[in-house]
Ligand binder design. Structure first.
Ligand SMILES: C[S@@+](CC[C@H](N)C(=O)[O-])C[C@H]1O[C@@H](n2cnc3c(N)ncnc32)[C@H](O)[C@@H]1O
Length: 182
């Protein structure tokens, strides 16, 4: 949202948690000489019916990684309460809504990582990407974000050792299908 404002683009920021909305509003409280319209709104990414079909140029999002970090206590629509399979089902709704609101050939970029359970990797990132492909997207880029030796490493080490063992996450850059290939 900050980058959208700096670039003079119109943007709608959606989060299910009012605390996230308040935090964003605080961060967006700066003046810049552009005429963009910047809105934040508490809402459920599984149903953004307040956004028209084929109206958005780009989606940029960062969902929870299933339930490895819970972002709220008592918000039933918060998908960070959902374990792996239920989370993937929820992401089908998110992907369908993302596809509905985007213009043809517009971009949906999201960051997500895998998770480790009982010593084995569960490929949450790739499985979520596949859900978006099934919803009508094509892959433009898969970007690997390395995250070892980070400033936050010590924090996570104290909080949840398992988190440390994931040394990368993904940024998927997907395009809504629209081009006709011969
Ligand atoms: C990984 S954080 C990303 C936060 C922020 N957008 C950022 O990139 O810094 C995941 C966010 O997803 C939000 N969230 C969880 N379930 C949601 C839902 N159903 N609809 C919209 N946002 C949701 C959480 O409240 C949390 O703020």
């Amino acid at each position: 949202m900050i980058e959208a404002k700096l670039l003079g683009r119109n943007a709608i920021g959606v989060d299910v948690n009012p605390e996230a909305i308040n935090l964003s509003n605080d961060n967006l409280n700066f003046t810049i000489q552009t005429n963009s319209k910047i809105f934040t709104r508490q809402g459920n990414a599984r149903d953004i019916s307040f956004v028209k079909d084929n109206s958005i140029n780009m989606i940029c999002t960062h969902p929870p990684y299933a339930d490895i970090i819970k972002y709220s206590e008592n918000i039933p629509e918060d998908i960070s309460h959902l374990h792996y399979e239920e989370f993937l089902l929820a992401m089908k709704d998110v992907a369908t809504e993302a596809n509905r609101v985007l213009k043809k050939n517009a971009i949906c970029a999201f960051m997500i990582g895998d998770i480790r359970e009982k010593g084995y990797i569960r490929p949450l990132g790739m499985e979520t990407m596949n859900i978006f492909l099934e919803a009508g997207f094509k892959i433009k880029e898969i970007i690997i974000k390395e995250q070892h030796n980070c400033r936050s490493t010590e924090y996570w080490q104290k909080k949840r050792k398992k988190f440390l063992m994931l040394a990368h996450e993904y940024i998927f850059v997907l395009e809504k299908e629209g081009k006709k290939f011969s």
